[in-house]
Design a protein. Sequence first.
Length: 77
Amino acid sequence: MTIAIETLEVTIDDRAAMDRCLDTAVNRMIEVALRKGRYGVLVTRLGDKSFTVALSETVPFGYTEQLDDRPQRRNHP
């Protein structure tokens, strides 16, 4: 189980915005983690255009991890 300490929600419209917005959100969370002196950063993909960037006690301090939590796409006949 992942417990998020602080979270930013990121919603994007295109690939260029995704890279820029996620980089900004991760850098902000790294700053917060450094001030607290603990927690890593977890980037979770919730959908094609939706992400969270959070401090997490399950990610070691000084690390950033990614999790793809999108629903499985199903093939429909």
